[in-house]
Design a protein around this ligand. Structure first.
Ligand code: SF4
Length: 289
């Protein structure tokens, strides 16, 4: 690499300034100069005013020191502010924390969490799939059952078997469509042999149920059967005693009635269920005969 051009030493500054001045004058067409003393004085003044070239190495002469009454910070503009660091992580992964994310999307994320859940070893190891829930994410009315059966376990949707078909008929009689309400269960996994959920399993799955209800935020819950009613309301009262009146669960009105599977086995109980549905529909403000 070629050496950087060396600036003139102090004694050479005069010659350097003289040469530049002569070149400038010649370029301007000047062919005659004034007397030597006057010219020399002029060159000296020019040399004093002309700043030395910027040092290229540490060994070159220091540039002239400028005297200033202002502080360095006032003399130099402040450097522009550094750009604000961006978050080292993406925005909250849980859409529940973001106000602009819809309930449906949040429920979908929760459903994916449920699908990966293995808290109940026996259920997680025997299920075909989890059964999260179905319906309008902003429904006024939620139907709460017990747990998926064989059909639900196969199809991944609650109340799709014979009991589900009966529930559809009850909804029709109430002038409701399945897609107008939300249907879910206490448990998201099928207990083997359709046995009742164990207390431990209901406890494990409660956080998912609570989150679903929190997101859907219904005005009414209809508990289908004793398992749903007792778990939701935290009581040991029988369904026979719980039905026929309105309960409260965290500000939500709750009506309890028999499970459709029970009605299939005990058709005589349909009359009482119909009374419960009429009570529910009156509370909803859309009474049925
Ligand atoms: S029943 Fe609920 S808590 Fe138990 S494994 Fe299934 S999803 Fe998880």
């Amino acid at each position: 690499m070629a050496d950087a051009p060396q600036p003139p030493a102090n004694d050479d500054r005069l010659r350097h300034a003289l040469r530049q001045t002569l070149e400038s004058l010649a370029g301007a067409g000047v062919r005659q100069l004034p007397s030597g003393v006057a010219v020399a004085q002029e060159w000296r003044e020019a040399a004093k005013q002309r700043p030395a070239p910027v040092a290229a190495t540490e060994t070159t002469a220091a540039p002239p020191v400028s005297v200033s009454t202002t502080s360095p910070s006032a003399e130099r503009p402040l450097p522009p502010p550094k750009p604000r660091p961006t978050a080292p992580y993406p925005q909250a992964a849980s859409p529940a924390l973001a106000g602009d994310v819809s309930t449906a999307k949040t429920l979908k994320v929760l459903a994916e969490e449920v699908a990966a859940c293995t808290l109940c070893y026996e259920l997680a190891s025997t299920r075909t799939q989890t059964v999260f829930g179905v319906g309008d994410p902003q429904a006024r009315l939620v139907f709460l059952g017990e747990a998926p059966g064989a059909d639900e376990d196969q199809q991944g949707e609650p109340f799709v078997g014979k009991a589900g078909q009966l529930l559809n008929k009850i909804l029709e009689a109430c002038r409701l469509r399945r897609e107008d309400v939300y249907i879910l269960n206490i448990l998201k996994c099928r207990p083997p042999g359709n046995r009742n959920p164990l207390p431990e399993e209901a406890k494990n799955c409660r956080r998912f149920l609570n989150r679903q209800l929190q997101l859907i935020n219904p005005e009414f819950i209809c508990c289908l059967g004793s398992v749903a009613a007792q778990n939701l309301l935290g009581t040991t009262e029988t369904i026979g005693k719980l039905r026929g009146r309105v309960h409260q669960f965290q500000g939500v009105k709750v009506v309890c009635t028999y499970h459709p599977a029970y009605l299939l086995r005990t058709p005589s109980a349909k009359k009482q269920t119909w009374e419960d549905m009429k009570l529910l529909m009156r509370e909803l403000g859309t009474p049925v005969d």
